[in-house]
Ligand binder design. Structure first.
Ligand code: HEC
Ligand code: HEC
Ligand code: HEC
Ligand code: HEC
Length: 433
């Protein structure tokens, strides 16, 4: 047999060496700890990567369901994602929000992928709007906050920030890229928890399935000249605790032009209402249990990232825990109707209070001390009403607490009305016991 030539030996050697290397590599890869639910990472995702499509290469199911939030426009009795004009549905809102942007435009919220388009289209944004308004709208934020610090971010104007922001809500708002763990990405949430002596890094996975939504679905305000994003949680997260906080710092979002009351606009306190000892919260149920139920695609089981009204997928959202899904869905309808009726009664009381304060303020010899008391009651009543009105579930997240808050609000508004009438009668009569 002819001895193999040198070139052939070299080539064979290289092939053998390469094969060994490939085998070693395969063994190495198969011995690596499996990432979540067995999806092999195809690409390394950079820390705080804003582009969800990059993450989507590794996690196609989560990405494709997130994309569905752009078009999941189905309306439910009190929710869903159609941009309904709330001002046309309920004209009392124009009086309640007189002098403030919300009397110009107030649409129903939509799915996560629309957040950026919607904030850029609302007529509430103008030249004076700070960049802070982008805080809940984009997966560009975690990286920007990391690079420039939140204080510098918030000091910029909305218009100047626009060129830096291209992505809607995405993976980087909720996940750590290296571990895929749920994380608090909004510095304001981190600080608000710290102010209460809490550290989310010690929270359980089930707690994080709720807290991650508190990055955005909360009450907040812009503190000081720098418009620093702040959650008013130092005294707690109940209606009373947040009211006490705002009173202490004498905060106002605007002054009501008719009653001259220093007003507070509530944002979307979904987290605060839900965690105020609701039945589901006490039972250990998380936001993600109802809004991101497990879904199957062939062999893969994953959390649906098509976050929307659970009523549009009740068998997945509620069926894991409730055997009679039709019954609990009927309960939602009954609860929402009761809360809505109660809420409209509160609105009528506040509109009456505003009218009475305005009338009294024009009366000769008005008792200004009593009128100021009436204004404080108007402030407190409307803050409580708005907590429930701005919250997104029409009371379902915590029916008992919603009805309790509305009852207090109605009472305060009617007291404000009485006080105003009394004030209008003048100082002499009003000071009588
Ligand atoms: C027990 C199930 C459940 C839990 C837990 C839950 N929700 Fe909901 N949520 C609902 C239902 C039901 C609605 C009403 C949907 C409707 O009216 O179409 C709703 C409505 C909403 C809406 C408005 C949806 C829309 O279509 O307009 C938002 C936003 C929301 N929830 C966020 C949260 C957040 C944030 C948490 C946790 C702090 C949470 N939810 C916890 C069941 C739940
Ligand atoms: C980065 C901020 C952010 C985070 C984190 C976030 N949301 Fe949202 N969410 C929003 C914004 C903003 C909207 C409204 C978008 C719009 O109307 O264009 C919204 C809308 C929604 C809606 C209404 C969708 C619809 O179809 O009407 C639901 C339900 C919801 N979010 C639930 C959740 C839940 C549950 C979590 C936690 C798992 C969560 N969100 C986390 C910012 C966020
Ligand atoms: C609004 C917050 C939010 C956003 C945005 C988000 N996720 Fe999630 N994700 C969650 C929650 C909540 C879970 C459930 C985690 C748990 O149970 O520990 C989850 C779970 C996961 C898991 C674990 C497997 C599973 O399906 O339960 C993966 C992987 C994942 N997400 C990938 C992504 C990717 C990729 C993106 C972007 C395309 C993304 N997520 C965007 C909140 C979010
Ligand atoms: C992870 C489990 C879980 C999920 C998911 C869940 N629930 Fe519940 N639900 C509970 C538990 C636990 C209770 C308390 C039962 C009790 O104490 O009898 C409860 C109670 C209720 C009640 C009675 C409330 C009261 O105050 O008496 C209603 C109504 C309800 N759920 C509706 C729903 C709807 C609608 C959904 C889906 C959008 C849903 N639940 C999803 C676990 C769950």
């Amino acid at each position: 047999m002819k001895k193999p030539s040198l070139p052939v030996m070299i080539v064979t050697g290289i092939i053998l060496a390469l094969s060994a290397l490939v085998i070693a590599l395969l063994v190495f890869i198969s011995n690596q700890p499996k990432p979540m639910r067995g999806v092999e990472p195809l690409v390394v995702i950079a820390a705080m990567e804003p582009d969800s499509a990059q993450w989507g290469l590794n996690f196609p199911n989560q990405y494709s369901t997130l994309l569905k939030t752009e078009t999941n426009n189905t309306r439910t009795a009190f929710g869903g994602s159609e941009p309904v004009d709330k001002l046309a549905v309920d004209p009392m809102l124009k009086t309640l929000f007189a002098g403030y942007g919300f009397s110009k435009a107030y649409d129903e919220d939509r799915g996560h992928m629309n957040a950026l388009t919607d904030v850029r289209n609302t007529p509430r944004v103008n030249e004076t709007t700070p960049a802070t308004c982008y805080s809940c709208k984009s997966s560009d934020n975690p990286k920007l906050w990391d690079e420039m610090g939140m204080a510098a971010y918030d000091k910029m104007s909305f218009a100047d920030m626009t060129s830096k922001i291209t992505e809607p809500i995405g993976c980087a708002n909720c996940h750590d890229a290296a571990t895929m763990r749920l994380v608090v990405t909004n510095p304001a949430l981190d600080e608000a928890l710290k102010a209460q002596g809490k550290d989310w890094r010690t929270f359980t996975r089930q707690e994080m399935r709720t807290v991650v939504c508190a990055n955005c679905h909360v009450e907040y305000y812009f503190a000081g000249e720098g418009k620093y994003l702040t959650f008013p949680w130092e005294k707690g997260t109940t209606a009373e605790a947040m009211m006490a906080y705002y009173d202490e710092i004498q905060f106002k979002d605007w002054e009501h032009p008719q009653s001259k009351t220093a007003m507070i606009k509530m944002q979307h306190p979904d987290y605060e209402l839900f965690t105020a000892d609701s039945t589901h919260y006490k039972a250990g149920v998380a936001c993600a249990d109802c809004h991101m139920p497990y879904t199957r695609d062939g062999a893969a089981k994953f959390s649906s990232h098509d976050v929307k009204s659970p009523l549009l997928m009740a068998s997945q959202s509620c069926g894991t825990c409730h055997t009679d899904v039709d019954y609990v869905v009927e309960r939602v309808a009954a609860i929402q109707k009761q809360v809505n009726d109660t809420m409209l009664a509160t609105e009528r009381a506040i509109v009456d209070a505003i009218g009475a304060i305005e009338t009294a303020s024009k009366a000769a010899g008005v008792n200004t001390a009593l009128l100021d008391e009436a204004r404080q009651m108007h402030r407190e009543a409307q803050m409580r009403w708005d907590l429930i009105a701005a919250e997104n579930s029409m009371g379902f997240h915590n029916p008992e607490e919603a009805l309790r808050i509305l009852a207090t609000a109605t009472d305060l508004a009617r007291q404000a009305q009485l006080k105003a009438v009394q004030a209008g009668l003048g100082s002499s009569q009003a000071s009588q016991p």
